[in-house]
Design a protein around this ligand. Structure first.
Ligand code: ZN
Length: 242
């Protein structure tokens, strides 16, 4: 059975529920690439869900920021406001859970692939374009790495003749000789111009990655953000997917 791979949920419980419903019956384990919290208004429900349901998870920069593990100096004002708000509302048990998330890369032993938040070399690095991956290609230790952090669904194929981006509108059959960096996209705050919640399924037996996208109740998630007194921009961007 495939894995369900999710990333960058960012406290958006409505988006998470939609993904779980959309992928229901099609996976038997859930893996998460970090940023469970930050930006969204439901950090506790998302953390509770992760504790009970996610088989393996790596920490994201927002998980560190929201638990006080990191300073907030590199966060923009709205990210900082949401990190401080999140820190204030997380229960002690959920704070502790988030504080103890593993730093990537995390090797999935029964599947021989890696989970990272940013990149295999640096959990905070953004892999946006082919040029970001060029430098990495000599350091890839596994043929398959799942990454998040950019909130852009897709990823990269690293072949001897070059690197190219993967268009996430189809299933990807993994070729045995190539290296793959796969981004499932963001569940709770997509930034690729498509506001629908993003995820991926990975079948190890068939060596197929399938990208998923599902609409959710953005109005409800946005109004919770406003009710919490969080910056309006964090609610509005959900409608645009940017
Ligand atoms: Zn994120």
């Amino acid at each position: 059975m495939p894995y369900l791979i999710v990333s960058d949920i960012h406290g958006n419980y409505e988006a998470l529920e939609a993904v779980l419903e959309h992928a229901r019956g099609r996976y038997d384990k859930i893996l998460c690439l970090g940023d469970l919290v930050g930006y969204g208004a439901d950090p506790n429900p998302v953390a509770e869900w992760a504790k009970l349901n996610v088989a393996s998870v790596v920490r994201g920069n927002h998980d560190r920021a929201c638990t006080g593990t990191d300073s907030l100096e590199y966060f923009n004002p709205s990210a900082r406001a949401s990190a401080l708000w999140t820190r204030g509302v997380l229960t002690p048990a959920n704070l502790s859970y988030l504080e103890h998330l593993a730093r990537g890369p995390l090797r999935i032993m029964d599947g021989d692939f890696d989970l990272v938040h940013g990149s295999p070399l640096d959990e905070d690095e953004y892999l946006v374009g082919v040029e970001d991956v060029q430098f990495l290609s000599n350091y890839l230790e596994t043929k398959l790495t799942f990454f998040g952090h950019t909130h852009l669904q897709g990823g990269f194929l690293v072949a001897p003749h070059g690197i190219r981006g993967i268009v996430p509108d189809r299933m990807v059959q993994l070729e045995p000789d190539y290296y793959y960096l796969i981004n499932p996209g963001s569940v709770g705050q997509p930034r690729d111009g498509d506001p629908r919640a993003a995820y991926a399924l990975y079948s190890r037996e068939e060596r197929i990655v399938e990208y998923g996208r599902v609409p959710y109740d953005i109005g409800k998630a946005a109004s919770k953000i406003l009710q919490a007194g969080l910056p309006e921009s964090l609610a509005m961007r959900l409608f645009e997917g940017v």
